[in-house]
Design a protein around this ligand. Sequence first.
Ligand code: F6R
Length: 364
Amino acid sequence: EKGGYPDFMMKEIHEQPRVIRDTLAGRLVDGHLAIDELDLSAEELNLIDRVYVIACGTSYHAGLIAKNLVEGWARIPCEVEVASEFRYRNPIITPSTLVVAVSQSGETADTLAAIRDARVKGAKVFGITNVVGSPVARESDGVIYTKANKEIAVASTKSFLGQVVSLTLLALLLAQSNSKLTTNQVRLLFGELADTAEQVEDILSDTAAIDEAALACKDAASALFIGRGMGAAVSREGALKLKEISYLHAEAYPAGEMKHGPIALLDEGFPVIAIATQSPVYDKLVSNLQESKARGAMVVAVATEGDEDIRQHADHVIYIPKVRDALSAITASVPLQLFARAIAVARGCDVDQPRNLAKSVTVE
Ligand code: F6R
């Protein structure tokens, strides 16, 4: 049932192009986004003036990515919060607040509690989940299904990608509803979003550079993931994936924060994994790589195909196809999943069943 793959995680990583295609199928009709199951009119959507994304773990990281899109495209303030924090404070919620609850399993205790709390306070709640009829689906006002199909490996990969794609659709819908994006812009962005399926296939077809970088890092005691903008969010997920399946300690920092603390960690051979794809902050990121190299760090850079300059600043370069920055989390996350898995395998870990973790967290 692993379909010829060595483990479920690998199988599920390879299903991601299909997840992207299925999540997008039928969603653009005559230039307009069709997400009818949300059951909110364009006028109602237009009134939304604040968005909270609430989730746990990997799903929370999908939310961090979405913040950039909701604010960048729809120009609506968007906060992303872990559900266990959200539920125990008193967040500012009005009837024009949209709460988006993201949960692969659809039954995470803290996320459910946050949904209930938000609804009592009068917010509209959209659920994004992978499980049809799950509590998150039932208790939300509207739901988008991620079409990942059952995910067996405890560490989430294809569900995460389905969440990012679904949240991207939601951001486009909000921007179309409040006219911050034109129909033509939405059509163009949707087309590029659909193209990421092929780009992910491309990444999966040649993993030699990823495997090589993983072998170089596998015996480290700790690793630092850095990025800026979209890359900062992607780096959070990269670090989580690595620590949960390989037990190699990893943390993620926005690259601009390096000199405010984490740079003290760097010495000869310390792995720094950087999201260095083309973006408005590319040059700033490169200067962080220079600082890292100057202290002897071993830099692994995820970079855009054709970027030869990056080789001067990195020991290992993992090239991925060129996409616009807003969509780069989809492509840049995939090599980090493979990187984490390769390290876990090299360290002899059970990648599908990491210790101390459960696939579904139904108790607080
Ligand atoms: C990590 C992972 C977890 C879950 C988290 C939330 O790979 O899978 O961090 O993302 O437990 O679970 P859901 O999305 O089911 O609410």
